[in-house]
Design a binder for this molecule. Structure first.
Ligand SMILES: *Cc1c(COP(=O)(O)O)cnc(C)c1O
Length: 237
Protein backbone atom coordinates (compact mmCIF):
# COMPACT_ATOMS: atom_id res chain seq x y z
CA UNK A 1 0.00 0.00 0.00
CA UNK A 2 1.45 3.33 -1.07
CA UNK A 3 0.57 5.75 1.71
CA UNK A 4 2.80 8.51 0.34
CA UNK A 5 0.70 8.41 -2.77
CA UNK A 6 -2.48 8.59 -0.69
CA UNK A 7 -1.11 11.63 1.13
CA UNK A 8 -0.12 13.31 -2.14
CA UNK A 9 -3.55 12.61 -3.68
CA UNK A 10 -5.26 13.96 -0.59
CA UNK A 11 -3.14 17.13 -0.56
CA UNK A 12 -4.04 17.72 -4.18
CA UNK A 13 -7.79 17.22 -3.65
CA UNK A 14 -7.78 19.40 -0.54
CA UNK A 15 -5.94 22.23 -2.23
CA UNK A 16 -8.27 22.16 -5.25
CA UNK A 17 -11.29 22.26 -2.96
CA UNK A 18 -9.73 25.15 -1.04
CA UNK A 19 -9.02 27.00 -4.27
CA UNK A 20 -12.59 26.54 -5.54
CA UNK A 21 -13.94 27.78 -2.20
CA UNK A 22 -11.69 30.78 -2.34
CA UNK A 23 -12.68 31.51 -5.94
CA UNK A 24 -16.37 31.47 -5.03
CA UNK A 25 -15.90 33.58 -1.91
CA UNK A 26 -17.01 30.82 0.46
CA UNK A 27 -15.35 30.24 3.82
CA UNK A 28 -12.61 27.61 4.00
CA UNK A 29 -13.84 24.45 5.64
CA UNK A 30 -17.37 24.79 4.30
CA UNK A 31 -17.05 21.63 2.21
CA UNK A 32 -16.87 18.18 3.70
CA UNK A 33 -14.68 15.76 1.76
CA UNK A 34 -16.27 12.30 1.82
CA UNK A 35 -13.71 9.68 0.81
CA UNK A 36 -15.51 7.02 -1.23
CA UNK A 37 -13.92 3.76 -0.15
CA UNK A 38 -16.06 1.44 -2.30
CA UNK A 39 -13.12 0.15 -4.33
CA UNK A 40 -10.65 0.09 -1.41
CA UNK A 41 -9.74 -2.54 1.13
CA UNK A 42 -10.83 -2.07 4.75
CA UNK A 43 -7.12 -1.78 5.69
CA UNK A 44 -7.20 1.74 4.28
CA UNK A 45 -9.61 3.00 6.94
CA UNK A 46 -6.90 3.48 9.57
CA UNK A 47 -4.49 5.43 7.34
CA UNK A 48 -7.36 7.62 6.15
CA UNK A 49 -8.33 8.45 9.70
CA UNK A 50 -4.75 9.27 10.63
CA UNK A 51 -4.58 11.64 7.65
CA UNK A 52 -7.61 13.41 9.07
CA UNK A 53 -10.20 12.02 6.64
CA UNK A 54 -12.98 11.14 9.03
CA UNK A 55 -15.86 11.04 6.54
CA UNK A 56 -16.04 7.78 4.63
CA UNK A 57 -18.65 6.89 2.02
CA UNK A 58 -19.81 3.47 0.83
CA UNK A 59 -22.26 2.45 -1.89
CA UNK A 60 -23.56 -0.85 -0.57
CA UNK A 61 -25.19 -1.28 2.85
CA UNK A 62 -23.63 -4.73 3.41
CA UNK A 63 -20.16 -3.44 2.58
CA UNK A 64 -20.72 -0.45 4.82
CA UNK A 65 -21.71 -2.75 7.70
CA UNK A 66 -18.65 -4.93 7.07
CA UNK A 67 -16.18 -2.03 6.98
CA UNK A 68 -17.81 -0.57 10.08
CA UNK A 69 -17.26 -3.84 11.97
CA UNK A 70 -13.69 -4.26 10.76
CA UNK A 71 -12.80 -0.74 11.87
CA UNK A 72 -14.68 -0.75 15.17
CA UNK A 73 -11.44 -0.25 17.14
CA UNK A 74 -10.23 2.74 15.13
CA UNK A 75 -9.98 5.95 17.15
CA UNK A 76 -11.49 8.37 16.40
CA UNK A 77 -14.24 6.34 14.73
CA UNK A 78 -15.05 7.18 11.11
CA UNK A 79 -18.20 9.10 10.26
CA UNK A 80 -19.96 6.82 7.80
CA UNK A 81 -22.00 7.97 4.81
CA UNK A 82 -24.19 5.77 2.63
CA UNK A 83 -24.06 7.18 -0.90
CA UNK A 84 -25.56 4.32 -2.97
CA UNK A 85 -29.05 2.94 -3.52
CA UNK A 86 -30.70 1.63 -0.35
CA UNK A 87 -33.28 -1.14 -0.68
CA UNK A 88 -35.81 -1.26 2.13
CA UNK A 89 -34.77 -4.80 3.08
CA UNK A 90 -31.23 -3.50 3.77
CA UNK A 91 -32.20 -0.55 5.98
CA UNK A 92 -31.85 -2.51 9.22
CA UNK A 93 -28.33 -3.61 8.28
CA UNK A 94 -27.07 -0.09 8.83
CA UNK A 95 -29.63 1.86 10.88
CA UNK A 96 -29.12 0.61 14.39
CA UNK A 97 -25.97 -1.52 13.93
CA UNK A 98 -23.79 1.50 13.09
CA UNK A 99 -25.23 3.60 15.93
CA UNK A 100 -24.39 7.27 15.64
CA UNK A 101 -21.36 6.60 13.42
CA UNK A 102 -23.81 6.53 10.49
CA UNK A 103 -24.03 10.28 10.05
CA UNK A 104 -25.69 10.66 6.66
CA UNK A 105 -27.64 8.77 4.03
CA UNK A 106 -27.18 10.72 0.81
CA UNK A 107 -29.30 8.52 -1.42
CA UNK A 108 -32.90 8.55 -0.20
CA UNK A 109 -34.75 8.15 -3.48
CA UNK A 110 -38.46 7.82 -2.61
CA UNK A 111 -41.00 8.96 -0.03
CA UNK A 112 -41.64 5.36 0.89
CA UNK A 113 -37.96 4.83 1.70
CA UNK A 114 -37.81 8.14 3.57
CA UNK A 115 -40.74 7.11 5.79
CA UNK A 116 -39.33 3.64 6.41
CA UNK A 117 -35.87 5.00 7.27
CA UNK A 118 -37.56 7.44 9.67
CA UNK A 119 -39.50 4.65 11.42
CA UNK A 120 -36.44 2.42 11.66
CA UNK A 121 -34.31 5.23 13.07
CA UNK A 122 -36.97 6.09 15.64
CA UNK A 123 -37.11 2.47 16.83
CA UNK A 124 -33.30 2.28 16.97
CA UNK A 125 -32.91 5.60 18.79
CA UNK A 126 -30.65 7.15 16.13
CA UNK A 127 -31.12 10.09 13.81
CA UNK A 128 -28.82 10.09 10.78
CA UNK A 129 -29.23 13.11 8.52
CA UNK A 130 -30.62 12.37 5.07
CA UNK A 131 -30.35 13.94 1.64
CA UNK A 132 -32.88 13.35 -1.11
CA UNK A 133 -31.43 12.11 -4.38
CA UNK A 134 -32.55 13.97 -7.47
CA UNK A 135 -31.99 12.81 -11.02
CA UNK A 136 -30.97 16.15 -12.51
CA UNK A 137 -29.47 14.60 -15.63
CA UNK A 138 -32.66 12.77 -16.71
CA UNK A 139 -30.74 9.53 -17.27
CA UNK A 140 -33.24 6.66 -17.02
CA UNK A 141 -30.69 4.46 -15.22
CA UNK A 142 -30.40 6.83 -12.26
CA UNK A 143 -32.39 6.61 -9.06
CA UNK A 144 -34.16 9.48 -7.41
CA UNK A 145 -36.88 12.07 -7.76
CA UNK A 146 -37.25 14.03 -10.95
CA UNK A 147 -37.14 17.77 -10.32
CA UNK A 148 -40.92 17.99 -10.87
CA UNK A 149 -41.83 15.05 -8.65
CA UNK A 150 -39.62 16.41 -5.86
CA UNK A 151 -41.48 19.71 -5.74
CA UNK A 152 -44.83 17.92 -6.02
CA UNK A 153 -43.89 15.93 -2.87
CA UNK A 154 -42.90 19.02 -0.88
CA UNK A 155 -45.65 18.74 1.76
CA UNK A 156 -44.96 15.09 2.47
CA UNK A 157 -41.20 15.69 2.57
CA UNK A 158 -41.80 18.35 5.23
CA UNK A 159 -43.60 15.92 7.60
CA UNK A 160 -41.70 15.40 10.88
CA UNK A 161 -39.54 12.27 11.15
CA UNK A 162 -36.70 10.88 13.28
CA UNK A 163 -34.32 11.58 10.39
CA UNK A 164 -33.81 15.24 9.49
CA UNK A 165 -33.93 16.03 5.76
CA UNK A 166 -30.91 18.31 5.41
CA UNK A 167 -30.49 18.72 1.66
CA UNK A 168 -30.26 17.23 -1.82
CA UNK A 169 -27.87 14.95 -3.66
CA UNK A 170 -27.21 14.39 -7.35
CA UNK A 171 -24.85 12.63 -9.71
CA UNK A 172 -23.93 14.23 -13.03
CA UNK A 173 -24.58 12.16 -16.16
CA UNK A 174 -22.10 9.43 -17.05
CA UNK A 175 -19.31 10.70 -19.23
CA UNK A 176 -19.83 14.37 -18.42
CA UNK A 177 -16.85 16.62 -18.02
CA UNK A 178 -16.40 19.16 -15.25
CA UNK A 179 -17.96 21.77 -17.55
CA UNK A 180 -20.90 19.76 -18.88
CA UNK A 181 -21.74 18.65 -15.34
CA UNK A 182 -22.27 22.23 -14.24
CA UNK A 183 -25.92 22.33 -15.38
CA UNK A 184 -26.82 19.43 -13.07
CA UNK A 185 -25.24 21.19 -10.10
CA UNK A 186 -26.91 24.52 -10.80
CA UNK A 187 -30.24 22.72 -11.18
CA UNK A 188 -29.77 20.97 -7.83
CA UNK A 189 -28.99 24.24 -6.05
CA UNK A 190 -32.03 25.96 -7.56
CA UNK A 191 -34.26 23.03 -6.65
CA UNK A 192 -32.94 23.14 -3.10
CA UNK A 193 -33.84 26.83 -2.88
CA UNK A 194 -37.33 26.15 -4.21
CA UNK A 195 -37.93 23.15 -1.94
CA UNK A 196 -36.70 25.11 1.08
CA UNK A 197 -39.20 27.86 0.29
CA UNK A 198 -42.06 25.40 -0.12
CA UNK A 199 -41.29 23.29 2.96
CA UNK A 200 -39.78 25.79 5.38
CA UNK A 201 -36.91 23.34 5.90
CA UNK A 202 -33.42 24.88 5.94
CA UNK A 203 -31.87 22.30 3.57
CA UNK A 204 -28.28 23.57 3.95
CA UNK A 205 -26.55 20.57 2.35
CA UNK A 206 -25.78 19.89 -1.30
CA UNK A 207 -24.05 16.57 -1.93
CA UNK A 208 -22.60 16.81 -5.42
CA UNK A 209 -19.28 16.39 -7.18
CA UNK A 210 -17.09 13.34 -7.74
CA UNK A 211 -13.48 12.85 -8.88
CA UNK A 212 -13.81 14.50 -12.27
CA UNK A 213 -16.15 17.36 -11.37
CA UNK A 214 -15.78 18.20 -7.68
CA UNK A 215 -14.23 21.63 -8.26
CA UNK A 216 -17.18 22.68 -10.43
CA UNK A 217 -19.54 21.33 -7.77
CA UNK A 218 -17.82 23.41 -5.08
CA UNK A 219 -18.05 26.49 -7.29
CA UNK A 220 -21.80 25.83 -7.57
CA UNK A 221 -22.33 25.40 -3.83
CA UNK A 222 -21.57 21.77 -2.90
CA UNK A 223 -21.22 21.19 0.85
CA UNK A 224 -20.28 17.50 0.46
CA UNK A 225 -18.09 16.18 -2.34
CA UNK A 226 -17.85 12.41 -2.77
CA UNK A 227 -14.41 11.56 -4.07
CA UNK A 228 -13.06 8.07 -4.77
CA UNK A 229 -10.65 7.51 -7.63
CA UNK A 230 -8.83 10.86 -7.32
CA UNK A 231 -7.89 9.90 -3.75
CA UNK A 232 -7.06 6.22 -4.28
CA UNK A 233 -5.36 6.28 -7.65
CA UNK A 234 -2.05 4.44 -7.41
CA UNK A 235 -2.47 3.67 -3.69
CA UNK A 236 -3.15 -0.05 -3.80
CA UNK A 237 -0.89 -0.99 -6.71
C1 LIG B 1 -18.41 5.86 -6.85
C2 LIG B 1 -19.20 7.01 -6.45
C3 LIG B 1 -18.56 8.23 -6.16
C4 LIG B 1 -17.07 8.45 -6.34
O1 LIG B 1 -16.72 8.34 -7.69
P1 LIG B 1 -15.23 8.70 -8.18
O2 LIG B 1 -15.43 9.06 -9.60
O3 LIG B 1 -14.42 7.47 -7.98
O4 LIG B 1 -14.76 9.83 -7.37
C5 LIG B 1 -19.36 9.27 -5.72
N1 LIG B 1 -20.69 9.14 -5.57
C6 LIG B 1 -21.34 7.98 -5.84
C7 LIG B 1 -22.80 7.90 -5.64
C8 LIG B 1 -20.61 6.88 -6.29
O5 LIG B 1 -21.24 5.75 -6.57
Amino acid sequence: MNLDRLKANLDSVRSRVAQALDQSGRPSGSVRLVAVTKRSTPELVRPLISLGILDLGENYPQELARKFELSAAVIPPPRWHLIGHLQSNKVKKIIGPLGSTLVMIHSIDSLKLLDFVGETALAAGVSPAVCLQVNTSAEPSKHGWTPDSLLADADRIAAPRAVPVVGLMTMAALGTTAETARGSFVRLRELRDELATRTGLALPELSMGMSNDYETAVLEGATHVRVGSALFEGVEE
